[in-house]
Design a binder for this molecule. Sequence first.
Ligand code: SAH
Ligand code: MG
Length: 217
Amino acid sequence: MADAASRTGRTYFTGPLLEWCDQVHAPHDEALQRAYDAPTAAGMPPIHVAPSEGKLLELLLRMVGAKKVVELGTLAGYSAIRMARALPEGGKVWSIEFDERHAEVARTSIARAGLSGTIEVCVGRGVDVLPTLEAHGPFCAVFIDADKESYDVYGRWAAAHVRQGGLLLGDNSFFFANLLHDTPVAAAMRRFHEEARAVFETVNVPTPDGLLVGVKR
Ligand code: SAH
Ligand code: MG
């Protein structure tokens, strides 16, 4: 199993301890396991959220009664499937992915999970696709998990298009342990944190690479 923590250079909460907790609280059925394994099987990077973070996304969406969700970064559809399972009948996830092959693999995972009517994979760059979704808003949650240099832009979009009480969710908010580095991308990620705090009630959940959670005021 790909290990999120090992990608960040952090070595605790991994291995048997984390796997035991995942088994107890965030087990995979066949469709989830297929989506989880799909990147490796298809020669794509296995950079999806870990099982516990996927389950957390699912629970957070349930808690706010989410119906309409936007995701940036589909990969093979693992997090999209988790989130779609939190939605009531008629709910929808728009998931944005700029790599056509990733989108194709995701569509297969999503179809196998029986969620083709719930998750729409939108192919294109986040900055280009987001404006085309605005008419469907306001949204109940935006999950950001794509190119890190655009998190500040995505966060601003979420601030404008998430309903009151809705969620901003940002994966890799520790930016692979580089959040405080003196680079343009790290600066964009810090702006994402600071601007989010101005519009959402926020916390940085210390998952292996951080998950920023905000509730819109
Ligand atoms: N959320 C997924 C993992 C996403 S990995 C999960 O947990 O299951 C990040 C994805 O973002 C990759 O598939 C990558 O191709 C995509 N991506 C990178 N830059 C992008 C951009 N500018 N616009 C849209 N997608 C992008
Ligand atoms: Mg991520």
